[in-house]
Design a protein around this ligand. Sequence first.
Ligand code: ZN
Length: 713
Amino acid sequence: MKKDFKRLLVTAALPYANGPVHIGHLAGCYLPSDIYVRYQRSRQKDIKFVCGSDEHGVPITIRAMKEGITPQEVVNKYHEIIKESFRNMGISFDIYSRTSNPVHHQTSADFFRNLYDKGLFEEKETEQYYDEKAQVFLADRYITGTCPVCANPNAYGDQCEKCGSTLSPEQLINPKSTLSDAVPVKKLTKHWYFPLQQYEDWLKKWLLEEHSDWKNNVIGQCKSWLDSGLQSRAMTRDSHWGVKVPIEGAEGKVLYVWFDAPIGYISATKELTQQWGDYWCSEDTKLVHFIGKDNIVFHCIIFPAMLKAHGNFVLPENVPANEFLNIEGEKVSTSRNWAVWVHEYIADFPGCEDVLRYVLCANAPETKDNDFTWKDFQDRNNSELVAIFGNFVNRTWVLMHKLCMGKVPKLHEEKLDDTDRQMMAEFSIAKAKVEESIEQFKFREALFEVIDLARKGNKYLQEKEPWILAKNLASNPENQEGIDNCLHICLQLCANLSILINPFLPFTAKKLIYMMKVVEKMLDWENAGKTKLLSVGYSLREPQLLFRKIEDEEVAAQVEKLKAGTRESGVGSLESGVNSQKERVGSRESGVNSQIQVEEKALLKPEIVYDDFAKIDLKVGTIIAAEKVAKADKLLKLEIDLGFETRTIVSGIALHYNPEDIIGRQVVVVVNLAPRKMKGVESRGMILMAEDAAGKLHFVKPEEKVNPGAGIS
Ligand SMILES: [Zn+2]
């Protein structure tokens, strides 16, 4: 059923404020939703994108108890870390709220009260386990004891992890509370149950007939829940942390976290705009929930049933849930720290946010669980982003500056051949394909279309060989028309690429906009497919580096960090000294094409002011000792005499120099670089190196010997 929707409301699952977010979270729902939203925004759709931290629930109170702080302190800490991770990764929520906000408490309480007043809840008194020492009711998970099946002494009240048996606390031998070691006792408690079975027929029709077009993994899970029959579910808990149950006689009880969390989408929208009712209560709104597969039952069965029972709100039009992303062949485990944390990635790979976005989208678990490996991360960066996309843009820019005076050359229509026309026709073909894939939530497919268009650009450039035409320009002046046509088309292609890549890699699109000297408005989706986006004669900026190569040491360090399971927030074991050194001397996008070598030049970084330069403290030092670093092919550990002190610096030059050959050499050192640990050795500074065309590194040194510690300015 195709409906014409006036506006869109997109939600991404509320992350639980009990820890930071990892890349599995990003790949699961935040990146896909952001791509979808950025695409719809560029089509000028009326759209709101809401999310926030889920700050209630028993695990947060337990964590607070264990750390001796308040639940509010727990959520305050993680809310900020999570919010910042999303912001840094370019996840463009219109609002990132939190469920501890008063507006959320009010909205959830009203929602509960609405159902309560209609008499929709069942009130039941049951016996539950209670810890008299800690004075809390215990969820099954917080009771441990000996497994009756395998005698494992550390089985949980819901499951034995050793033999896999599903258990109930009654079955445990010698049960005790994990909070206080007290023996749990049974105590009567009253709760309010939502009778899901009453919505079963309606859900079957709504899901399996009216929304049979949803993703297979989603419909499959829903069907299995519906087939096994729905039951009443308690929507309240005994706790002091959460939304208080808004009825008399419910002291000490709060709403079940899965009752109030999805209502968080409504309260966040309320907080965002006074027109929130347009998005939630109007039939011509298309509501889309992006989630991971562990949330399917809550978003496709429980929440829709709640919304249906309430009656004032729209129901989701689609719930495109992703499967899980494994890391290096193993399931993510936050307790074992088997995860790649987003805030650590950002610290370890500054400026590479789009690389992670790219890899996670290219490898997204859209239809089945998928695997993230650092090797694949490196390969996709080096052989797709750098060698295809970055390379095409860079070649176009460098050639245009060299052969067309840095301006958009004229298009000589009469000289166009079939290859030119075919290349231009590809723009709108690609646009249509990307559009179709995104509308069906097939983001991988959409992304590959964009990369494929860049690949076609490289092929076109290779066929046209404007650098060969340029060589014979003196004898054949009409060659200039061929050069102009080729680069005109390549530049229009770059403009198209910036529009098409924008939903996926927004930071890259921004760089392209800057290089083209055009306004952001050019990224409007309707401009994609057009062949005259850049005006003839318009002068463009020098090329910027879109992507840098990722080195073996960098990914090796990440794998090591993962295996070591260390979690030094913010200071990764990345060997960034080696890297930034390469960047400094003008690294380039890998020259996959030897024909183009002659046109290549070191890419320039953006202009800086003197104050930026003055922050870098450069001094001359003398190497007084050098040795290889164990288990690191490329690293030398150097002792540098700086006059005022001697320092240890680790440098990635072992493939270029023998340790014994460099004793006594003078070098230039960045002395105020923050210390970094590499292979267990703390490196305090960085040595400047020049890289020649063959990739060999050479020391930068004063022309004649100067005293160690001499400043450089
Ligand atoms: Zn067992």
